[in-house]
Design a protein around this ligand. Structure first.
Ligand code: ADP
Ligand code: MG
Length: 621
């Protein structure tokens, strides 16, 4: 067969991998062993569930051997797993099927530690062998097939595939080591790397070598790994270091996890789960095609790592293993999804995970804060996905507020409330800094009332709907008119009435702003600013309207804001004495635009705004 070129992104990727992983190049062996283990998992599943495969004698193992002569240095990794046919070879080793490739290339930072982390996440593990080899040969035969193939590549230009002979099903990979790889062609290096990265692999990993005994060279074989399913090991014998190492092997992350949660349930339902929370959110957490982080086993038999139903979507950043003894092996995925036992395990797992988060919050606030900065947004999704665990999820929320630079929990917020406060106030927008300086906060600041500052779209969706309650408290957005009514005292109202000038000013302003506002009112919330805009009590806020437009619901009429003016402000007082001339009109329009701008709402005509400002500048300079 003629030589086939790699897809361009493959050769690009190969170069990047070779450079970025250079300091961590020994992981090639972990990646190849992990692929062999996957291949054995797949075949085991078939032999257990599919009659056609029953005739295959399944004696799973991974064998490793090496050659170290002056002429040639090689390492060979062989398994008797599922194997590949021609199409598999082209698909798996000649293209990068995952849509993440482009994203991957964009995300490379040049920092090899970070980048090697990414490589694992993107599942381009096989290519890592070109760091230490300048030629790689893959001889493989798919289970039940009669034909075998040899794939050959230098990792630079392309690959070719030829027919070949192979007795048994499975895959043999020969690495022709380059200068960077010479150091690995010996018993000790291989032994060390396997112990370090692959000890938990559930199949025997054997190392073949020769030894001189009584002047005769003998062939020897050792099993290197301990080979038991890690999550089934007794918890008391496991140390944090062991958990961390298993995590790295499982996830290909190079950093330790933030948290691990190991459960071995006995009794009615026998299952083990081991969950990890990565320190950094997976790169694809906000992509629709994110990769599931949970592997399902039934009594140590690998079933799938591609079932997004195994954990609620809002916990999609959790990585780990679910292993149940009570599930039937021979079931289709559709049936599995409706399985009562699995449902129960999932439910228990979610509770357990959320409770561990809560634990972290109460015991290690700093760690929790880092956690929340990574995962706060998906957890908020939980507030509208997981009604059952709503209370637990509320306890996990952290908020910035007008009164603190750090975060507060709702419990802390409630503790700080004044006795007659009935609602939890919040303000939505797009940046914390901008929110902190919002005129809408002025009265709250002066009365020392705490307001949650919410800077993400999801906040509007979760808390803005008015469906949520924490304990007995409603959530109230102060982007709305009247939101602060419960705070108002009589004095304010009396003061209003006495201020007759303001009524006529309001009439004049209404004429100018006519179809741009829903109403103009005298404000009870402003202290230092002359004006602000708010949404009417039952209207969506400007942020919500943006969100609805983004989601394709553009066919609603934009709802106009209410314009509030501060009767005690110098500018407003001066305005009330002005005749209804062009300068008055310009001033009102300027004030209105600045009220929009400070709330980060688009103004209709920036050009007009600028020329009005310039008019004033000209006069004042
Ligand atoms: P990943 O393991 O994340 O899928 P890799 O680059 O490590 O990515 O491997 C790519 C693909 O090549 C695998 O998904 C698998 O289909 C195939 N493959 C690699 N090694 C083997 C093997 N030893 N036996 C069977 N298939 C293999
Ligand atoms: Mg792999």
């Amino acid at each position: 067969m003629a030589k086939q070129k790699f897809k361009t992104e493959v050769s690009q990727l190969l170069q990047l991998i070779i450079h970025s992983l250079y300091s961590n190049k020994e992981i090639f062996l972990r990646e190849l062993i992990s692929n062999s283990s996957d291949a054995l998992d797949k075949l085991r599943y078939l032999t257990l569930t599919d009659k056609k495969y029953k005739k295959i004698a399944f004696n799973p193992k991974v064998s490793i051997s090496f050659l170290n002569t002056d002429k040639e240095k090689t390492i060979t990794i062989e398994d008797n797993g599922i194997g590949m046919d021609k199409e598999d070879l082209v698909q798996s080793l000649g293209t990068i099927a995952r849509s993440g490739t482009k994203k991957f290339l964009e995300q490379l930072s040049g920092d090899s530690k970070k980048d090697s982390n990414l490589i694992g996440q993107f599942g381009v593990g096989f290519y890592s062998c070109f760091m230490i080899a300048d030629k790689v040969e893959v001889v493989t035969k798919k289970a039940l097939d009669s034909k075998a193939y040899k794939w050959k590549s230098d990792g630079k230009t392309g690959f070719n595939i030829v027919d070949t002979k192979k007795e048994t099903n499975g895959t043999q990979i020969v690495l022709y080591l380059n200068d960077n790889g010479h150091e690995y062609a010996n018993r000790w290096s291989i032994d060390n790397i396997i112990k370090k990265y692959s000890d938990h692999i559930a199949f025997p990993i054997e190392l073949n070598y020769t030894e001189e005994v009584d002047k005769k060279v003998e062939n020897k074989t050792d099993q290197i790994n301990s080979g038991s399913a890690f999550w089934k090991k007794s918890k008391s014998g496991l140390k944090k270091k062991d958990y961390n190492e298993f995590y790295k092997a499982l996830s290909s992350d190079t950093e330790d996890p933030l948290l691990y949660i190991h459960t071995q349930a006995e009794g009615n339902l026998v299952y083990s789960t081991l969950f990890y929370i990565p320190k950094k959110a997976p790169f694809d957490m906000f992509r629709a095609d994110y990769k599931s982080g949970i592997k399902l086993y039934i009594n140590r038999v690998f079933i799938t790592d591609d079932d997004k139903e195994l954990i609620p979507t809002y916990l999609r950043f959790v990585k780990g293993v679910i292993d149940s003894e009570d599930l039937p092996l021979n079931v289709s995925r559709e049936i599995l999804q409706k399985n009562q036992i699995l449902e129960k395990i999932k439910k228990n797992s979610v509770k357990k995970i959320l409770n561990e988060f809560k634990n972290l919050l109460s015991k290690k606030r700093e760690d929790y804060t880092l956690f929340f900065e990574q995962y706060g947004i998906p957890l908020k999704e939980g507030l509208y996905q997981d009604f059952e665990n709503k209370d637990l999820l509320y306890d996990l929320m952290l908020f910035k507020t007008n009164k603190s630079d750090g975060y507060v929990t709702l419990e802390e917020y409630a503790k700080n409330m004044s006795k007659d406060q009935k609602s939890i106030f919040f303000l939505t927008g797009s940046k914390i800094n901008e929110l902190k300086n919002s005129p809408l906060l002025e009265v709250c600041n002066s009365k020392n009332i705490e307001v949650l500052l919410m800077d993400h779209e999801i906040d509007e969706m979760v808390f803005g709907g008015g469906m949520h309650k924490y304990k007995d408290f409603d959530f109230k957005s102060i982007n709305h008119a009247n939101a602060l009514e419960e705070l108002g005292d009589k004095k304010d109202k009396e003061k209003d009435k006495t201020n007759k000038n303001i009524d006529s000013l309001i009439k004049k302003i209404k004429k100018v702003l006519d179809n741009q506002v829903k109403d103009v009112v005298s404000s009870k919330r402003l202290a230092n600013s002359p004006v602000c805009v708010v949404a009417d009590s039952n209207d969506p806020t400007a942020q919500m309207q943006d969100l609805m437009k983004q989601m394709g619901q553009a066919n609603f009429d934009t709802v106009k804001p209410i314009f509030e003016i501060n009767p005690d402000h110098k500018i407003v007082k001066k305005l009330s004495k002005m005749p209804n001339n062009k300068q008055f009109k310009d001033s009102v329009l300027l004030l209105f635009d600045q009220a929009l701008l400070v709330s980060n709402i688009k103004i209709e005509n920036p050009g007009d705004f600028i020329s009005r400002i310039n008019g004033i500048l000209e006069k004042s300079l």
